[in-house]
Write a protein that binds this ligand. Structure first.
Ligand SMILES: *[C@@H]1O[C@H](CO)[C@@H](O)[C@H](O)[C@H]1NC(C)=O
Ligand SMILES: *[C@@H]1O[C@H](CO)[C@@H](O)[C@H](O)[C@H]1NC(C)=O
Length: 427
C-alpha cells in the first residue's frame, strides 16, 4: 500500500510534466515490459540473500540484473567472491547500467559486501536518485545499516536490519525489530533466513499481494517464520565422520540457486569442508532461476577420486536430470549408500535422481510436492525435512534453510544447529 501511494505520486509528478499522449503510450509500454530489478553484488556479499532476491523476483516475472558494484575507481570485472567462498559471475557492472531505469534496487547484505556496496559511488548515485524519484529500494541484513543508513536514505523511516547492526542506525531512523519492514518506498529485512519473506514483500510492492501469493506457493515457505525447524526422523543413526566433515555439493546448469547456496553457505558456516563440484563440462554453471553463474571448486570427475562424509544435491530442473544422467555422480551416490554413509537431496532431486537409481529403496523420503507421486513410498511426503538412517531429503526452495540446518544438526549436533539458526535469523 505504501508503495502504491509512492508510485502513484511519482506517476502524478511525471504526468504533470509530460504531454498526455506520451504518458499514455508510456503506460502501455510499461504494461508490456517486465519490471526491472537491480541486485548489486560485491566481494563479501551474502550469496543466499542475493540469490533469494534474484530468484524470487525472477519467478514473479521481473527482469533481474545482477551487477558488480566495485568500490570507487576499481574495476574487478564480473567475478565476485561472495561470502563463504562462493564464486559468482555477475551479468554486468553497475557502471554499465547507470543510465538505465529500475523499478527496484535491492541490496543484499553480508560483510564486507555491504561496505563494498556503500563505497561504490556509482551505486550510491543510482540509489539516491531512485529514492528521490520515489522508486522502490530495499536492503537486507547489514546493508540497511551499513549502506542505506550511511547514505542517509532511511531518515524518518521505520526500518530493520541484522540485529547486531541495529546500533549503527542514526537517531533519525525508527528501528523496528521485525523480519521485514516496509515504509513508504523503502523495504528492509534482517538476514539470510528472512530473505525469501523479504523478496516476497518486494514482489508484493511491485506486483500486488495476489502475485506474491502466487510466487510463494511453489516455494513452500515455512508456514510460521521465526519458529524452530522440524526433522521427521526414522531409523535414527549417528552420522559419523572423523574430524572436519567433508561434504560434496554437486551443481549443474539448472540447479536451483537458493537450494545450492543455502547448502554451501550454511554448511560452511558450521565448519564443514564443502566442495562444490560441477557435473557440466566446465566449472562455471548457470543456475535455474536467475541464471546466476556459479563457479564450482572442482569437476565431478576429480571429486570421484575422494571420499565424502556426505553428498547432498540441490534440486531444480534440468539440473536434477543432469545429475541423474551423470554416471560418475550416480556411482558416487551408490557407493555412498552401500557403505552406509550419508547422502541427501532436495526438491526435484529425490524424485529425479535418488528414486530412479534405487537410492530411496526401503526409505522414507520427501520431495517437491508436485513430484511426490514419483516416489514409491510417499508416506513421509508431507514432511518438510525427512531423515531415514543415512538419507536426508527435503521439499523445496522454501525449506532449503531447514534442510541445511538439519544436516548441521546431524553432523555437528543440535546446539550448533540452533546457534546457526539464530545467526541466520531463522529463529
Ligand atoms: C577440504 O577439501 C579439499 C578438497 O576440496 C582438501 O584439499 C582439503 O584438505 C580439505 N580440508 C580440510 C580441512 O578437510
Ligand atoms: C552450462 O552453463 C555454462 C555456463 O553458462 C555454459 O557455458 C555451458 O555451455 C552449459 N552447458 C550445457 C551443456 O548447456
Amino acid at each position: 500500500m505504501a508503495m502504491a501511494a509512492a508510485s502513484a505520486s511519482a506517476m502524478a509528478r511525471r504526468a504533470a510534466s509530460w504531454p498526455r499522449l506520451l504518458l499514455l503510450s508510456h503506460a502501455f509500454a510499461a504494461a508490456a515490459e517486465p519490471k526491472r530489478v537491480l541486485v548489486p553484488v560485491a566481494d563479501g556479499t551474502e550469496p543466499v540473500e542475493a540469490a533469494a532476491t534474484a530468484d524470487v523476483l525472477n519467478r514473479a516475472g521481473a527482469r533481474v540484473t545482477v551487477a558488480t558494484a566495485d568500490p570507487a575507481g576499481d574495476d574487478r570485472g564480473l567475478l565476485v567472491e561472495a561470502a563463504f567462498g562462493v564464486k559468482l559471475v555477475a551479468d554486468g557492472r553497475v557502471a554499465d547500467v547507470e543510465g538505465e531505469a529500475f523499478d527496484l534496487i535491492a541490496l543484499p547484505g553480508g560483510m564486507p559486501g555491504s561496505a563494498n556496496l556503500r563505497d561504490c559511488k556509482v551505486l550510491e548515485k543510482m540509489v539516491k536518485k531512485q529514492a528521490e524519484q520515489a522508486g522502490l529500494y530495499a536492503a537486507i541484513c547489514a546493508a540497511p545499516a551499513v549502506t542505506l543508513a550511511h547514505w542517509g536514505l532511511l531518515k524518518g523511516l521505520k526500518a530493520t536490519c541484522y540485529p547486531s547492526f541495529m546500533e549503527k542506525f542514526t537517531a533519525e531512523i525508527i528501528p523496528v525489530n521485525s523480519r521485514v519492514v516496509v515504509d513508504r518506498n523503502a523495504v528492509t529485512s534482517q538476514g539470510p533466513a528472512t530473505a525469501i519473506e523479504y523478496a516476497l514483500a518486494l514482489v508484493e510492492q511491485l506486483y500486488g499481494k495476489e502475485k506474491s501469493e502466487e510466487v510463494a506457493g511453489p516455494l513452500y515457505v515455512h508456514p510460521q517464520p521465526g519458529v524452530d525447524y522440524v526433522i521427521d526422523e526414522f531409523n535414527s543413526v549417528e552420522w559419523k565422520c572423523s574430524g572436519t566433515p567433508q561434504v560434496l555439493v554437486p551443481v549443474a546448469n539448472g540447479s536451483e540457486e537458493m537450494e545450492a547456496l543455502n547448502l554451501i553457505d550454511i554448511l560452511r558456516r558450521a565448519g564443514a569442508n564443502v566442495t562444490v563440484a560441477s557435473v557440466e563440462d566446465k566449472l562455471q554453471v548457470v543456475t535455474r532461476r536467475h541464471k546466476f553463474n556459479l563457479i564450482a571448486d572442482i569437476m565431478v570427475e576429480e571429486a570421484a577420486k575422494r571420499e565424502f562424509d556426505l553428498i547432498v544435491m540441490p534440486g531444480g530442473l534440468p539440473g536434477a536430470q543432469k545429475f541423474s544422467s551423470t554416471k560418475v555422480l550416480v556411482d558416487l551416490l551408490k557407493k555412498q549408500a552401500e557403505s552406509n554413509k550419508p547422502y541427501g537431496a532436495i526438491c526435484a532431486s529425490p524424485a529425479y535422481v535418488l528414486e530412479p537409481h534405487g537410492l530411496l529403496k526401503g526409505k522414507k523420503a520427501t520431495s517437491f510436492p508436485p513430484m511426490a507421486h514419483l516416489l514409491t513410498d510417499q508416506s513421509a511426503c508431507d514432511s518438510r525435512v525427512v531423515v531415514d538412517g543415512n538419507l536426508i531429503t527435503s521439499k523445496a526452495p522454501g525449506s532449503a534453510t531447514e534442510f541445511a540446518l538439519a544436516i548441521v544438526e546431524k553432523l555437528f549436533g543440535r546446539e550448533k544447529a540452533v546457534s546457526i539458526a539464530k545467526e541466520l535469523i531463522f529463529m
